[in-house]
Design a protein around this ligand. Structure first.
Ligand code: RP5
Length: 165
């Protein structure tokens, strides 16, 4: 099956990316994890993006903070869908990265999730891959159903403990 790439601009982004790896693992999607910077290693970024489709990747997730150009730089060099995660790694709490990642010019989209939204980035990647993978589509539906069941159970427990009727 197609793989997902999780690229971070710096190893300092790694602690915020566990949710993406957990979600991909839960859905049995193979993934690669790399540190590649749009600014510090621009040649490596272009090379990875250009070769990603032939290397068997189906979606590229890019996590970057501050003047976050990684997702846009990747998108510029591949026709694969790119999901951007703005990192909260700055004095501006990630607002800088959010705007840098989401405000792409027409013709070059980056699907941007919330600041530090690693889990949703992985789930979006899974949904994209599931369009052409029936078995994954079924696993994703099961994942959603399990999430729904968990919330219903929390509602039952909290309602029982705190309601005063
Ligand atoms: C960005 O700058 C990285 O993605 C990271 O979020 C931020 C800070 O990087 P370091 O200075 O910690 O390496 O390029």
């Amino acid at each position: 099956m197609k793989k997902v790439a999780i690229i971070m601009g710096s190893d300092s982004d790694l602690p915020a990316l566990g949710g993406a790896m957990d979600a991909l693992k839960a859905l049995q999607i193979p993934y690669a994890v790399r540190v590649i910077s749009a600014h510090r290693t621009p040649e490596a970024a272009a090379e990875f993006a250009k070769g990603a489709k032939d290397a068997g990747f189906g979606v590229i997730i890019c996590a970057a903070g501050k003047a976050a150009h990684l997702a846009g730089a990747m998108a510029a060099n591949t026709i694969l869908p790119v999901v951007g995660i703005p990192m909260k790694s700055s004095t501006l709490d990630g607002l800088d990265a959010l705007l840098s990642t989401v405000q792409m010019p027409s013709g070059m989209p980056v699907a941007t999730v919330a600041i530090d939204g690693a889990t949703n980035a992985a789930l979006l990647a899974a949904q994209i891959l599931a369009l052409s993978d029936e078995a994954l589509s079924k696993r994703f539906a099961d994942y959603r159903a399990a999430q729904t069941a968990k919330v219903i159970e929390k509602d039952r427990r909290i309602s029982e403990e705190y309601s005063n009727l």
